[in-house]
Design a protein around this ligand. Structure first.
Ligand SMILES: [Zn+2]
Length: 372
């Protein structure tokens, strides 16, 4: 079973299991499979087994825990104008998270080399002595080919098309490297907070629009483009040409970049999606109307997906998501137009994991890569 070692390690690290028997019960794996994988994890220095666990009468089980020196993961979530960076332990718990300015338009070499330097800074300032770095990973605000770690035809990322991000990052660290679309990372991170959901759709509404789909605890990537709803055609009275060259893509009306461009044309200065949220909170009608329309268009696209995939929950995250009219109009569109059976128990909610969701997702996927 793929990722099973990571799952076992996470169960121990999170305090849900401290014996092989508990791991077998919680993971559903056979006791012999659990023992084999636990031995491998102990052999790799990731788990330690010591002392006596809680006695239930009879033989006392020995107690498993994450080795204090098991290792660290360095992860980033790259945005258009800033990067969020963090160091996590192998259970996925952040030791430190920082946000740094960085301009993705500076191109891939400068951006990735800057990220590598920032990881080194974090390690020297916050890395516990003697604990090795086990892997590095980053989210990219564009389509990523999972097989090669290359960016494929991204919007608003000049110079990045077909760039080997994983290779460049790997040149700085001789370790497992994860490069993944940012909405996919957000979905993987958010899924940790929705353990009862078999099918989870996570919408990222920021400068761009993306969606990640989790099915039975695993990311559904398809061939890399799964969840990329940014260039779905939407109904509109006007006509706008998208950065991809087609008319009337969702992204051309409903992304933070599109809203900012309209507001700036109207003489209302905004620099980042958070500025749009602030305008909505201040009751600026132009901003509220734009956000409401964006939510309606996103909701109409989601309507098709909800009928088709029938998720347990839709989570709305990203820097535009705090704007209340956005989620309200997404809800209105989905509940109005979807099949009753599809929406009967459907939850549409803002993020439970908050701004670190993508970093947590990167940690989770990277751990599987480290253990592979
Ligand atoms: Zn487009």
């Amino acid at each position: 079973m793929r990722g099973a070692q990571g799952d076992l390690l996470r169960l121990v690290a999170a305090g849900h299991a401290e014996s092989r028997a508990e791991l077998a019960r919680l993971s559903g794996l056979a006791a012999s499979s659990v023992s084999l994988r636990v031995e491998e994890l102990i052999g790799s220095g990731l788990l330690v087994e010591e002392g006596a666990g809680t006695s239930r009468g009879g033989r006392r089980p020995r107690r498993l825990r994450l080795s204090p020196s098991a290792g660290l993961l360095a992860v980033a979530d790259l945005g258009a104008h800033h990067a969020r960076l963090g160091l996590l332990d192998l259970s996925g718990t952040p030791l430190v998270v920082e946000e740094r300015p960085c301009d993705i338009a500076d191109g891939p070499e400068a951006t990735i080399d800057g990220m590598a330097a920032a990881f080194e800074d974090l390690l020297s300032a916050h890395g516990p002595p003697g604990v090795p770095l086990r892997g590095v990973g980053t989210g990219i605000p564009g389509p990523v080919d999972p097989a090669t770690g290359r960016v494929v035809a991204p919007s608003r990322m000049p110079g990045w098309n077909n760039f080997p991000v994983a290779e460049r990052l790997g040149a700085h660290f001789d370790l497992p490297v994860l490069v993944e679309n940012d909405a996919n990372l957000m979905a993987a991170g958010e899924a940790r907070s929705w353990p009862k959901c078999e099918t989870l759709m996570v919408l990222k509404a920021g400068s761009g629009i993306g969606c990640g789909v989790m099915v039975n605890g695993a990311l559904h990537r398809g061939r890399g483009a799964a969840g990329d709803i940014s260039h779905v055609r939407v109904r509109s009275d006007s006509s706008v040409t998208c950065s991809c060259g087609h008319d009337d893509c969702l992204e051309a009306y409903a992304s933070g970049a599109a809203l900012m461009s309209v507001l700036n044309e109207q003489g209302i200065p905004v620099r980042r999606p958070a500025d749009v949220v602030a305008l909505v909170e201040d009751g600026v009608p132009e901003a509220t109307a734009l956000v409401r329309n964006a939510g309606r268009l996103i909701g109409e696209v989601l309507t098709v997906l909800v009928n088709f995939i029938n998720p347990d929950a839709i989570v709305v995250g990203g820097s535009l998501s705090p704007a209340e009219p956005l989620i309200a109009s997404i809800r209105a569109a989905v509940y109005e137009r979807c099949l009753p059976l599809a929406t009967r128990d459907l939850e549409i909610s803002t993020s439970r994991s908050g701004p670190d969701a993508a970093l947590l997702g990167a940690g989770s996927l990277l751990l599987d890569a480290v253990l592979a």
